[in-house]
Design a protein around this ligand. Structure first.
Ligand code: GLN
Length: 284
């Protein structure tokens, strides 16, 4: 039988075990311990000397082992905060990244507060981009598309939980479900990792299809640059997230599909991360 141990020392032990797999070992340990006793994290600070009973220790060991095997915290807790919204995530969807908040903030700068625009989010995953735009721009109609039925189910759950009436989630390949429509703003955080990228090892718990896009990581961006031409409204804008070393290739791909006014923006780490492109009225 496991001896009852204080929260304090359990958090310290868990932190030590997590240091090799997590850059936020202490925070992860606190969240996991809090979860094992079904309490908010703040409870730990108010009751550092409380003891965890055996069943709580077993629950903790189980989730700690999942984290030690490299599962993201968000899959263990089932939630991830993005743009101050708490979103449901599952292993069918990428965990929303802070970089993607750059894309969201550029989109919000481009969409006036009272705009009644059609906005499209391609490869929506858990719906992060779509639900933030929908909640910040209530008069816009957002369409969110993903080729994974499981991911779209998660996106629908987020739309429901946030009580958003201006998002429609569709499953299908890229622009297939929205042919013959026109969007003023098209947003995408597509897969853009190279198939041989060493970083994939640390991302192995996430869906490969949402991360990898061919040998140079640009397959999805080539499809989007080409296929969005027929569904962008006059003076509409396309905004694509991409890899830190893909700025020039993305600009070349967009230029070859006659996109104009191509502009790249940096993420919080100073890496080129989001490219905007426009099509002016009257262009073929
Ligand atoms: N930014 C992600 C990473 O961690 C990749 C996301 C994507 O491919 N869209 O590498």
């Amino acid at each position: 039988m496991t001896e009852p141990t204080s929260i304090n020392s359990i958090v310290s032990d868990a932190t030590t075990r997590l240091v090799d797999v997590s850059e936020s070992a202490r925070l992860d340990a606190e969240l996991l311990v809090a979860r094992s006793i079904n309490m908010p994290r703040s409870y730990l600070f108010a009751h550092p000397e409380d003891k965890l009973d055996e069943s709580a220790q077993q629950r903790l060991e189980h989730i700690l082992e999942r984290r030690l095997r490299g599962e993201p915290m968000a899959y263990i807790t089932g939630f991830k905060e993005f743009w101050s919204l708490e979103l449901v995530v599952s292993p069918a969807t990428l965990v929303p990244r802070p970089e993607t908040e750059i894309l969201v903030s550029l989109a919000l700068q481009a969409i006036p507060r009272q705009a009644e625009w059609q906005v499209l989010d391609l490869g929506t995953g858990c719906g992060a981009i779509a639900v933030v735009i929908a909640s910040e721009r209530r008069n816009c109609e957002i369409t969110a598309v993903d080729s994974s039925v499981d991911a779209i189910a998660v996106a629908r759950q987020n739309v429901r939980q946030l009580d958003l009436s201006n998002v429609t989630c569709l499953d299908g390949d890229w622009t297939d479900p929205v042919q013959n429509r026109q969007f003023k703003v098209i947003l995408s955080n597509p897969p853009y990792v190279r198939a041989d990228d060493a970083a994939l090892e640390s991302l192995r718990a996430e869906p490969r299809k949402a991360l990898v896009a061919g040998a140079d990581g640009l397959d999805a961006i080539r499809i989007l640059a080409n296929d969005c031409v027929s569904i962008i409204a006059d003076d509409g804008v396309l905004m694509l997230e991409h890899g830190a070393d893909q700025k020039n290739s993305v600009a070349d791909i967009l230029t070859s599909c006659a996109w104009e006014q191509i502009q790249c923006h940096k993420d919080f780490a100073g890496n080129p991360r989001v490219t905007l492109a426009r099509r002016s009225a009257g262009q073929p």
